[in-house]
Design a binder for this molecule. Structure first.
Ligand code: APR
Ligand code: ZN
Ligand code: ZN
Length: 361
């Protein structure tokens, strides 16, 4: 029996989001229905609403979520009803070239549910990142459900589903930050803040946080930054070099997604250091760099999609570290809100007032 539940949708480009009733089908083969307990508000949800991702309105928003598996379809073995899960947008196929080479984090054939959730009139919804979790219940591919320790708070656990995982992974997975490395993080919102926290976890000796907003720098210190630089008033490249004995940082994480901050990251890294781009640029942005500098400075220029995470490997491990008190994931939850307050949360996000607003059900 299909179910009717409350959910937040974006009906048309730029229009405010609305709470409405949607229809969630029973899970088919390989699918699961999850009762959502918490879902964070992410920039990507706003980008969907603004038509910045594609034109497939109406969108069912929300994708940083945790909940309880309610029912599973035929052939599902990964999870069963009652499991506490974090939803992911990287349910790997196991069959593509990347998966077969043992690099499933680069899988290019990830799974989503095959059936569509709809409005009451039958209009098909496009779930954000194949999830759609500003909803009391949602339908996903079973592989999008990653079981974690149920002792974790849902509002905290769900954050691993997107931005916080992207930042932690940018440092730990993509940047391979290790004990004794110096790190700089440019842009310290939810993603950059998580990169700071990941760098601390990995044993970085110096963690330099760069932002144009003093409030974010203050938070970054709480998350583990050892130094802060306000790049509105101070040249960040000079400052980072000065703080690293004139060399630049071993790893620089760019968590803004703009050419000028990317350039700062490029010149603020040590020779043979690594730049990790985790901020998401927009289509019209271009980058110009002297090719001789790219060549002459050596090292690695990498980008980090979803923190190069492998949900089955990373989510349970990070939740365990959180439960041990070694990873303060709770610090990212600025506020918990009701389902009907997503539009206001977009507004606060836009003004930089929050790391994460999280809808709790
Ligand atoms: N220099 C330094 N910091 C900047 C600059 C700049 N020129 N411009 C903006 N920032 C800072 C903001 O002050 C803010 O603290 O970057 C931070 C961005 O944080 P959020 O807006 O909270 O965004 P976040 O969720 O962290 O995502 C960052 O990663 O996933 C992508 O789409 C996302 O591109 C975005 C980026
Ligand atoms: Zn694959
Ligand atoms: Zn997101």
């Amino acid at each position: 029996m299909a179910q009717q539940v409350k959910a937040v949708i974006a009906r048309a480009k730029g229009a405010p989001v609305e709470v409405t009733t949607i229809v969630v089908p029973d899970p088919g083969p390989g699918e699961a229905v999850v009762r959502i307990q918490a879902c964070g508000v992410c920039h990507t949800d706003l980008h969907y609403r603004e038509g910045g991702i594609n034109d497939e309105f109406p969108f069912l928003l929300g994708h940083e979520a945790a909940g309880i598996v309610e029912s599973v379809g035929e052939g599902v073995t990964e999870v069963e009803p009652g499991d506490f899960v974090v939803l992911n947008w990287r349910a790997v196929c196991g069959q593509c070239r990347a998966c077969k080479r043992g690099r499933p984090q680069y899988c290019f054939n990830t799974h989503n549910a095959k059936q569509k959730m709809t409005l009451l009139d039958g209009t098909e919804l496009s779930p954000a990142l194949g999830i759609g979790a500003f909803a009391e219940k949602t339908l996903v591919a079973a592989g999008q459900c990653t079981k974690v320790d149920p002792a974790a708070e849902p509002a905290v656990a769900g954050l691993l589903g997107c931005g916080v995982m992207a930042g932690l992974g940018a440092a730990i997975n993509t940047g391979s930050v290790g004990r004794g490395d110096t790190v700089a993080v440019i842009g310290c919102g939810g993603v950059g803040g998580a990169a700071v926290m990941g760098s601390r976890l990995a044993g970085a000796s110096k963690i330099i946080a760069v932002d144009i907003d003093d409030r974010k720098l203050e938070t970054a210190r709480k998350l583990g930054a050892t130094h802060t630089v306000n790049s509105r008033t101070t040249d960040p490249v000079e400052a980072i070099r000065e703080l690293t004995g004139g060399n630049g940082a071993d790893v620089v994480v760019e968590a803004v997604g703009r050419p000028e901050t990317y350039k700062q990251a490029f010149y603020a890294r040590d020779l043979a250091g690594t730049v990790v781009l985790v901020g998401v640029p927009t289509p019209e942005m271009t980058l110009e760099l002297p090719l001789l500098d790219v060549f002459g400075r050596g090292g690695a220029l990498k980008s980090s999609w979803y923190g190069d995470c492998l949900p089955t490997r990373d989510f349970p491990m990070l939740i365990d570290l959180y439960l041990q008190g070694r990873l303060d994931l709770g610090a990212f939850v600025t506020e918990t809100i009701e389902l009907d307050a997503v539009e206001q949360a977009f507004e606060r996000m836009h003004h930089g007032d929050v790391l994460r607003s999280v809808v709790v059900f």
